[in-house]
Write a protein that binds this ligand. Structure first.
Ligand SMILES: O=P(O)(O)OC[C@H]1O[C@H](O[C@H]2O[C@H](CO)[C@@H](O)[C@H](O)[C@H]2O)[C@H](O)[C@@H](O)[C@@H]1O
Length: 364
């Protein structure tokens, strides 16, 4: 473990405070007002917006001035409320025992580390192997803000379900390698395999293309800015833009989006995302997939969702509402979240997935 002695103290506190075989309480909806993606009005207030953008991808970690043995007091309090899924692993599997585990994984910041160039967000071979083994044990889906095809290219595993464009573009095998059949609209992928396809924002394709073309002209003029077409949404990246230029770029993006009353603007990790104003998000995609697999609303099902970003909060909320399963936020910093548990970074996600596979293999 990479943790120093101070964090071991935190671990001890966490385990004492958490009764055996129960998971930490769902944070519930107390935070939902803070965590809901800011509406346009909030995005319009310059300081609020810039602080919020900084906070969702903080440059600092929980350590005090880089000292690996001294953990920030706020982080200590936070980790007690959202204990590491590695430290409470035995409790998690005790609760999940005898149930059908279903895995939902975000991509950027969860399976791959956050990098400056979105085209270089490559997943490690070790992670790919772990996800492959995971999918052989449990139904597994990737739910990403990316274009579904792009996230598929990164992951490269055809046995998974993929939900791209923040869940607005869902595709998966009609019959999973674990034998579970999905229901829904049947289609065929490029290789002629039968798949299930669901695209609730299909009617927005041409509007998204139009807004992308307009935004492309703006982004081209701002140093460091990038734009990404995610099929049913568009990402405008701020990560490599000087902070002093953020407001100008955001103002221009907002001005364009105003022309499209059926689109809205949301915020992620140093990214503004333009998406259809429909009632669909990663939480709805999670529900759709559970339903397609015939696993929705069943007490003998244990969904696990792992993600690092604001859009993942919609999925954590769904799990809270259903009061079963487990949400795990990936973060090295204090963040308001609806997740019950946490992991620090993709390397800890890898360790968690590997342990889950081992546990399952030893219990079947
Ligand atoms: O839901 P996700 O899979 O987490 O996708 C959300 C966005 O992820 C990507 O952007 C983020 O990761 C980039 C690569 O590490 C990073 O450069 C960027 O700053 C992050 O916001 C992706 O490029 C976006 O299109 C997704 O919407």
């Amino acid at each position: 473990m990479a943790f120093g002695p101070v964090e071991n103290g935190v671990i001890a506190e966490t385990l004492i405070a958490t009764p055996k075989h129960t998971l930490p309480p769902n944070p519930g909806f107390a935070y939902s007002k803070i965590w809901l993606i800011p509406p346009r009005t909030e995005l319009a207030i310059p300081n609020v917006w810039v602080d919020s953008m900084r906070a969702c991808s903080p440059p600092h970690s929980c350590y005090v001035k880089g000292d690996p043995f001294d953990i920030d007091i706020h982080y200590r309090a936070w980790i007690a409320k959202h204990p590491s899924a590695l430290n409470i692993f035995d409790q998690i599997v005790e609760v999940a025992k005898g149930k059908q585990i279903v895995m939902f994984l975000d991509y950027d910041g969860t399976l791959s580390p956050i990098v400056k160039d979105p085209e270089r967000a490559i997943m490690s071979e070790a992670m790919r192997t772990a996800v492959r083994k995971l999918a052989a044990c449990f139904p597994t889906a990737i739910i990403s803000g990316r274009n579904r095809e792009k996230v598929f290219d990164f992951v490269g595993l055809s046995e998974l379900y993929y939900a791209g464009s923040h869940g607005m573009d869902i595709m998966g095998p009609a019959q999973g390698s674990n034998g579970i059949k999905a229901s829904g609209v049947k289609s065929y992928d490029g290789k002629g395999n039968e798949v299930v396809l669901f695209q609730p924002a299909k009617d927005f394709e041409s509007t998204i293309n139009k807004v992308f073309n307009m935004l492309e002209d703006i982004v081209r003029k701002v140093n460091g800015a990038r734009i990404e077409h995610n099929k049913f949404s568009v990402s405008v990246h701020f990560r490599c833009v000087e902070e002093e230029d953020w407001d100008v770029l955001a103002d221009e993006v907002r001005a364009v989006v105003q022309f499209f009353p059926t689109l809205c603007l949301t915020e992620g990790r140093k990214v503004l995302e333009v998406r259809p104003s429909i009632s669909w998000d990663k939480g709805k995609a999670l529900e759709y997939l559970l339903n397609a697999l015939g696993l929705e609303g069943r007490p003998d099902v244990f969904p696990v969702y792992i993600g690092d970003d604001r859009t993942d909060e919609d999925a954590f909320k769904v799990l809270n509402k259903q009061n079963h399963g487990l949400g795990i936020l990936v973060s090295t910093a204090v963040k308001e979240t609806n997740a019950q548990s946490s992991l620090r970074d993709p390397s800890e996600v890898l360790e968690f997935l590997q342990r889950l596979v081992c546990w399952q293999q030893n219990h079947t």
